[in-house]
Design a protein around this ligand. Sequence first.
Ligand code: ADP
Length: 161
Amino acid sequence: MIKAVYPGSFDPMTLGHLDIIKRASKMFEQVVVCVLNNKAKSPLFSVEDRVKILNEAVKDLPNVSVDTFEGLLIDYAKENNVHVAIRGLRAVTDFEYELQIAQTNRKFSDDGLDTVFLTTSLEYAYLSSSVVKEIASFGGDVSRCVPPYVDEMIREKIGRV
Ligand code: ADP
């Protein structure tokens, strides 16, 4: 059985992330979407809220679960018997960074944590959590970028009506 982990900040999850999750769920027996609890970043949503959003998004995908981790992905993978990491690629600009992380993870993990890249669906190629936060902070409409319950949570958070 191949268990894969899809790690990220998911601050917040967008339709681009969800597209990757759904496609990965068809490729692997088990997928764990893993929220990185990075103490160095100051996120818009708490880890608890980000997990809540993801749990709502994957509730109809029986082979997908949600977890959190701090520290190194290779340590999480080892402890949880995961052999594949999933990452999304939007543009060439993602590639260089992602390649370096993937090679590092492979080199530093005992049994070689491999990374599988899924290219973004074209309709989400422009989409990132940062873009969503930027638009929302200026009162823009992000309902095309995130599921309705996330839109609602962003409105509450940013204080928009
Ligand atoms: P990180 O801070 O680890 O980059 P993100 O939550 O920003 O976390 O992204 C997690 C993963 O999802 C990354 O591999 C990123 O490239 C991918 N991703 C983000 N947005 C999209 C999108 N619109 N389409 C496809 N993949 C995406």
